[in-house]
Each structure stands twice: as C-alpha cells, then as structure tokens.
Design a protein around this ligand. Structure first.
Ligand code: C2E
Ligand code: MG
Ligand code: MG
Length: 617
C-alpha cells in the first residue's frame, strides 16, 4: 500500500542560506490516493510516476484516510467520490474539520459529470476536480499546479516574504528540533540575536521602501556570515562542523543559530564578524547608509536549557548591548538577568504602590542662610514598601520615568503637597513655600497646566507658595518649548526653580532666557566645601551670577557648620541639608515652623529614614 517515500522534511536542511526551498522539489511530494477501485489506483500511480513522482500512499478504504494523513503527512490527496460505505463527500467533510488536514489540497476524481456533484465537492473544500476516465496529461497538470500552490503557501507560512529568510515560527520549530537532536553531551549551540541599530530612524527619514531594502540587504549580509562560518572562512577553532541557520525573527531582528558549537570564543568571533560586516556602508538607491548592529549571544546549555529561554536570553543580551551604546555584542549573563528581573519586579510593585497607599511625602526644610529661619520645604517622595522598607527615590524614580508611571506619581505628589500647604495654613502656621520636583515626562504633556489649575482651585493654595523644581535636562531638550510652558506656569503665579544646577549643561546664555525664580546649587559642589578650591569658586560664581539675574540661590546638601559659613560669605540665600534637618514626615515638620523661627542646629533631626513613616498630620 505504501511505496517509496522520502523521510519527511529531508530536503529542507536547516543550514546556510536559510532561504525558502525552490519549487523544483515538487517531485519529492507525497501523494495519497483514496479509491475503492484498485485498477484505478494503479493507473493513476503509473501516470504520475511517468513524470517523476515517487512517493505514494494508496488505500481502497476511505475510512482510513484521516489516519493515513496523520501517519504519512501527504502533500496532496486524490479522492474518488463514489465509494461504498463512505463517499468522497464524507471524507472531505471529515478532513476539513480535522486539525491536521484542514488545509490539505484535495483533487476530487469522479465519473459523475453532473455539475451539482462538482459544486458540492468544491463547497466542501475540494481544491480541484478531475473527470474519470482520467486523461494522463490533465492529471499531471492538475497535480503539479496544486502542489506548486501548496509549496507557495507553505513558504508563506515559514518564510519571511521580504527577506526570504525563515520566519520566527519556523525558526523556533527548527531550534527545538536542533536542541532535541543534541544527544552528544559535549554538544552545544550559540544563538546570536542581531538587531539593526536605529532602524526606526531610517524608516522615519527615508521611508519604508528604503527601510525594506535595508532589511533585505541586511539579510544577505547575515547569510554571508553564515556561509563564511560553514565554509571555514570565519574560523571556529576546533568546531569545524558548525552548522548555521539564519532567520528573520522580528521587524529589524535576525537570529543566527550556530549548532555543534559550544566554545564562547567561537561565538564571539562570529559576533565580531557580524559587527564588522556592518562597518561597510549599505548602498540603497542613492543613499549611502551607515548602519550598525547590536548582537546578543546566549549559549546552550550553559545559559538556557530550552529554545524559549535561549531566544529570550539572546534578546536580553542584545538589549544590554544597545544599552552599552550599540554597535557592540554582549553575552547573556545571569547577573544581568537577575538585575533585570529585580527591576521588573520593582516596576510591577510600583504600579500598585499608589493604590496601596505605600507612597508618602517627606519634607525637608529650606532655611535662610542669614537668619536661620525655616522659610519653606521641599517635598521628597518616599516609598514605604511592605517588605523592603523605605525605598529611596533614587532607586525608583528612574524606573517610574522609564515606564511613564512618573506622570501619575508626579500628579499624586503635587496633590499631596498642595493639600499639605493648605493644612499648615489652616493650622495657623507661618506661611511657607513648598517645592515639588517635576520630571520632564510630566511636562511633555501640558496636562500639568490643567492639573495645577485644578489643584490650586480645589485647595485654595496661594500659587506663590508653590515652587516647581525642574532640571536642566528638561530645558535643554527643547528650549523654545520649555520656555513657552514655563512661562504659562509662571503666569499662574507658581514659581520655578532649576534643580541640581551645575550638573547639566548650565550656561549663562540659556539661563537668561528662562522665566525662573531660583537656582539650586547641586549637593556635589557643597560637599567639598570649604577645602576644595574648585567647588568654592563654583559656589561663589554661581551665587553671583544668580543674583545678577535676579534669582534666589539655594544650596543643597549642607551638612556642616563650615559649609554654612562659606555659603554665608558667598551671600547664598537659602540652604537645605542634614545640618538643619533630614527630610521628615509632615507632622515632624510643623514644630520647625514656630513663629520665632527655627535656628539651624546640628543634627536637630537624626530620624532614621528606614523606619516606617508615622501617619500624616
Ligand atoms: P533632589 O531634588 O536634588 O533632592 C535632594 C536630595 O538630597 C534628596 O534626596 C535629599 O534627601 C538629599 N539631601 C538633602 N540634604 C542632604 C544632605 O545634607 N546630605 C545628603 N547626603 N543628602 C541630602 P532624596 O530624597 O533621596 O531624593 C533624590 C532625588 O529623587 C531628588 O533629588 C529628586 O530628583 C528625586 N525625587 C524625590 N522626590 C521626587 C518627586 O516627588 N518627583 C520627582 N520627579 N522626583 C523626585
Ligand atoms: Mg529637588
Ligand atoms: Mg537637587
């Protein structure tokens, strides 16, 4: 019943070019024939053998069709319509509802010239229809066309139409197969994830057509590397039978699987060769494009024990290479993985922190350098994590900024600050200004204007008591846009301060253009006072410059009396720092604000910031 068959999938070797198989392999197709007439089966088989087909599965029992399909995975079925027990219609209907044969092409053969039979067969999902007695050349033509169409469909399912390389789905299944076959305990694989750098930029500036051509050209370069490895042009010392599979697994991402290789030095050699291949510019239409790539490498079995993990780890290593400045390669590392995992966890928990009331605001006094009176406070966020204790904003603000959570968190801090100002005023405390840190992301949506208006109205806080601290980075990103927005905020009566002054791109030229009220000298310049000459010069110059522009000058991070003395001599206006007080919960701040004014005293507060915050005022 079953005659010569090729082993399934034999011609589709998983190496080098990675390109889709050509249609010439049609003669390898397996043909299943279902007909109750054995003479007919034999005739059809002879006709097809004449033109080179060699793999047949035949049966006179239509009831066995589905099991034969499952067993032999034919490429096409030739199906008689009139059979005792089970008609061809029944077989077709069963095939189309079964997962393994839903899309398998079926050519129906029938002596019935009625067009209704033909229609019914087509409706049930027959691919084509042939009249009996069968004309040999007609049969050969129909079978060939049907197989060609199937090959085309298979190719679409497995290969990327743009680059011609295996797609992700096919690559994953090949990868699983390769890993399963690795029986040699010394055997291993290296997976390289190659990602074009700044591809989006090419698409955005030169258009998708150019982007597509760049991807095609990239595919050819990566293929060439694969070829060079297999042919020994790129030496893989001691691992001469390395086999390379290339795939196009994401928009601008390619995968290179080197099997029968486990020496990381060889993987590194290949990674370097890939990067080198990109050092030659691409000539696309009339553009000369200099495009680099980032490569992440993961090794089987050391970095991962299955296909999914191997792919994931190579991708993570690729992102790490991007973080390191692109145009480089990076091996996967467990340590990096652990850090990334920790970050992810923190991000998830941070999302819930607001709802769970885990965020609190502490207040650090801003003190007059001359009188020692507390004139205001800076609102500084704290995360009172149920397990980790107090998490420093230095740890979670960058995550909040990267994920966009900062917008929501920032709005919450602003609300808390305004409500706190209201409470202090209602309690009859002397008026203070309250400074709130604002991240660039909060500005990029001018929603902050609306938020401010609403908050000021609902809390009836005098806008001049509110100060927004922004960083130089925000201003430098787009100075015209920043100036417009800052002016709008200032026109509401809210004041503006440049935080961490001196750490960014500070220049007098832009400072003059900004509608601001205050600059804060960064803690790093105060730290070395009074000994460090450079810091001393900077603090003096910045204070003088600020005053010349009519700005208030505040020094951050004052911890000692000599530091305060230097600031006094430089005529700095205000200071913040542990010398007066650490940031404290709201209720601990109120006593600092007594009518006579608080005097800076060393270690007035030695509050342990890691203890859970007491409830608010
Ligand atoms: P920043 O705005 O420059 O805040 C000053 C930082 O210096 C605070 O750190 C404060 O606790 C610390 N500090 C004050 N005096 C001293 C001192 O004498 N010695 C030392 N060693 N440190 C002192 P903190 O609270 O850890 O905040 C770090 C940064 O996180 C802030 O720097 C600010 O950029 C950011 N941040 C804090 N809260 C918020 C917020 O609500 N929104 C945004 N967007 N960022 C915030
Ligand atoms: Mg600040
Ligand atoms: Mg600062």
């Amino acid at each position: 019943m079953t005659s010569r068959r090729r082993p399934k999938d034999a011609p589709v070797r998983a190496h080098t070019s990675g390109q889709a198989p050509a249609l010439e392999s049609l003669a390898h197709a397996t043909i299943l024939m279902v007909d109750d007439d054995p003479v007919m089966l034999e005739a059809v088989r002879l006709f097809l053998e004449d033109v080179g087909y060699g793999s047949f599965v035949t049966t006179t029992d239509p009831g066995r069709t589905l099991s034969l399909i499952a067993e032999h995975e034919p490429d096409v079925v030739l199906l008689d319509l009139k059979m005792p027990g089970m008609s061809g219609f029944d077989v077709l209907a069963a095939m189309r509802t079964s997962e393994g044969s839903r899309f398998l092409p079926v050519i129906v053969l029938s002596a019935d010239s009625e067009s209704s039979a033909r229609l019914q067969a087509l409706e049930l999902g027959a691919t084509d229809f042939l009249m009996k007695p069968v004309d040999p050349s007609e049969l050969q033509l129909r079978v060939r066309n049907t197989l060609a169409f199937k090959a085309y469909q298979d190719r679409l399912a497995d290969y990327d139409p743009l680059s011609g390389l295996r797609n992700r789905r096919r690559f994953e299944s090949d990868l699983r197969g390769t890993l399963a076959e690795l029986t040699d305990p010394a055997g291993g694989c290296a997976l390289l994830h190659v990602d074009l750098d700044r591809f989006k930029h090419v698409n955005d500036t030169l258009g998708y057509r150019t982007g597509d051509r760049l991807l095609k050209a990239t595919a050819r370069r990566v293929e060439q590397i694969a070829h060079d490895v297999e042919s020994g042009l790129i030496s893989t010392v001691g691992e001469t039978d390395a086999r390379v599979t290339v795939a196009h697994i994401a928009g601008n991402g390619f995968a290179v699987l080197v099997s029968a290789m486990r020496d990381p030095d060889n993987a590194e050699r290949i990674a370097r060769a890939i990067l080198k291949a990109f050092s030659v510019p691409f000539q696309i239409e009339n553009h000369q494009l200099f495009v680099s790539a980032s490569v992440g490498v993961s090794l089987f079995p050391v970095d991962a024990q299955d296909a999914d993990a191997l792919l994931k780890h190579a991708e993570m290593a690729m992102y790490q290479a991007k973080n390191r400045g692109r145009n480089t390669h990076e091996f996967f590392s467990q340590e990096f993985n652990a850090r990334a995992g920790e970050r992810l966890l923190l991000e998830t928990e941070l999302r819930r922190a607001i709802e769970r009331n885990e965020l609190v605001v502490h207040y650090q006094p801003k003190v007059s350098v001359v009188t020692g009176r507390v004139l205001g406070a800076e609102a500084l966020i704290r995360w009172n994590h149920p397990q980790r204790g107090m998490v420093s904003p230095a740890q979670f603000i960058p995550i909040a900024e990267e994920t966009g959570l900062i917008v929501e968190i920032g709005r919450w801090v602003l609300g808390q600050a305004c409500r706190q100002l209201r409470r202090w005023q209602d309690a009859g405390l002397p008026p203070v200004t309250l400074s709130v840190n604002v991240s660039p992301a909060q500005f990029s949506r001018s929603a902050i204007l609306k938020d401010l208006k609403q908050l000021l109205a609902s809390t009836r806080v005098d806008p001049k008591h509110l100060v927004l601290e922004v960083t130089e980075g925000l201003v430098m990103a787009d100075i015209d846009e920043a100036v417009t927005l800052l002016k709008a905020i200032r026109s509401m009566g809210v004041r503006l301060s440049i935080d961490d002054f001196g750490t960014g791109y500070s220049s007098l030229a832009y400072l003059r253009r900004l509608p601001i009220d205050e600059i804060k000298i960064d803690r790093s310049f105060v730290k070395g006072l009074p000994e460090e000459k450079d810091s001393l010069a900077i603090v003096r110059a910045v204070t003088a410059m600020g005053h010349a522009l009519g700005l208030k000058v505040v020094a951050e991070g004052v911890e000692t009396h000599p530091q305060l003395e230097v600031l006094r001599a430089a005529k700095c206006d205000e200071f913040q720092g542990y010398y007066c007080s650490r940031p404290v919960p709201a209720q601990d701040f109120a006593p600092l604000l007594d009518r006579r004014g608080a005097r800076p005293r060393p270690n007035l507060y030695t509050l342990d910031e890691t203890r859970p915050a007491p409830s608010r005022v």
